[in-house]
Design a protein around this ligand. Structure first.
Ligand code: NAD
Length: 342
């Protein structure tokens, strides 16, 4: 592989800005082409970032044949992740794509098999893992202060008036947003989902065409239970985009507001009707920690392409978060508890 890595970015809509802010700043790295079905979208974005040398195209296949880049960054809509990823892998490229990994579990499995067959990395953007606050909570949980974890609850209430494709999308909250929260839950617990029961609905007054509210109960490995309550049409008293968390262990509990608000208590003296509890700090991580959202995830991926290591959000792991989404969707549609099989 040449010292200078080359990349093609495909899908030049809203989120591509986040990617380009980092991709254009990487050292020993060259973005050679930007592709979008709508060529004017690609041209507009290239002009915005003053990328005069970048080739603009609406034909991914022809671009990959001509440019033979090392990497494809996939910022297309969810339904296009499958064809774009397969095309990129067939052309010998490593792929990092936007969440969700795929629009179905069957497609996800095919994409993972294709990455294995090609011997290339395929990772997914889960930018919310690259946040010092979630890292701080994870370090606190891993320290064992709360004892063995038993229960994790989180609330996501955001009244987002997007306009555009989300207003009409099926299972919009579960498929487009809850993937972030479910992935964060797996990360914090160090556990995977084994079954789910989910109820989904479109609340009166919702400005979405389809269900934008959901409640889900997940059975997790290690006998953990994780509950999710979410709405994308909640006016007032919104939570952070990272959700509001309440986590219980055998020896204490912690709450996290998704930003810098932490509260924790542990058992100081047991034996009474109520134990005596002591407030404890959730310490900041001592030393460097993953951060930077999109920038952190992209930099890690590019480092892994160079070193041959696996990035944290590699498809083999990320598919376990995607399986929570599609398990919840299946449960909501069937009204039944659904076993989660990756
Ligand atoms: N990680 C995050 O926080 C975050 C935030 C927003 C969006 N996203 C994800 O990013 C992706 C894109 O979202 P967006 O808001 O930018 O959407 P968007 O509709 O603004 O842009 C998508 C672009 O992809 C292009 N496109 C679609 N199919 C294509 C194909 N087959 N080949 C080439 N171009 C194609 C469209 O023409 C459009 O310009 C989605 O998967 C979304 O879930 C992630």
């Amino acid at each position: 592989m040449a010292d200078k890595l080359t990349a093609v970015l495909v899908g030049c809509g809203g989120i591509s800005r986040q990617w380009l802010r980092t991709v254009t700043q990487l050292e020993d790295f060259r973005l050679v082409s930007m592709v979008d079905l709508d060529e004017t979208a690609a041209r507009r974005r290239a002009e915005e970032f003053e990328l005069a040398d970048v080739e603009i195209s609406s034909d991914l296949e022809a671009t990959l044949e001509r440019m033979q880049p090392d990497i494809v960054f996939d910022c297309t809509v969810p339904t296009a992740h499958y064809p774009v990823t397969l095309t990129a892998l067939e052309h010998g490229c490593h792929v990092m794509g936007e969440k969700p990994l795929a629009d179905s579990l069957d497609h996800a499995r095919e994409m993972i098999a294709a990455a294995e067959a090609a011997g290339k990395l395929f990772a997914v953007m889960q930018n919310r893992r690259y946040d010092p606050n979630i890292r701080r909570l994870k370090a606190f949980l891993d320290s064992g202060v709360l004892g063995r974890l038993t229960t994790v609850n989180c609330d996501f209430y955001i009244g987002a008036h997007f306009g555009g494709f989300r207003d009409h999308m099926a299972h919009v909250l579960l498929v487009d947003m809850a993937i972030h929260t479910f992935d964060a839950a797996r990360f914090l617990m160090g556990a995977d989902a084994t079954a789910v029961y989910c109820h989904e609905w479109n609340a009166p007054g919702s400005w979405y065409d389809q269900d934008a509210s959901a409640v889900a109960i997940f059975e997790m490995t290690d006998e953990l239970v994780y509950t999710y309550r979410g709405s994308w049409c909640a006016e007032g008293l919104n939570t952070t985009w990272e959700s509001d968390w309440h986590i219980i262990g055998e020896q204490g509990s912690v709450t996290w507001d998704g930003a810098e608000g932490f509260k924790a208590q542990v058992v100081d003296k047991a034996g009474g009707f109520f134990s005596e509890w002591a407030n404890v700090e959730v310490p900041e991580v001592d030393g460097p920690t993953k951060h930077g959202g999109h920038a952190g995830a992209i930099r890690e991926f590019v480092d892994c392409v160079r070193s041959g290591c696996a990035p944290e959000t590699i498809c083999h792991d990320n598919v376990k978060s995607l399986a929570m989404v599609f398990g919840a969707v299946e449960s909501a549609e069937s009204g039944q508890r659904v076993e989660i099989i990756v």
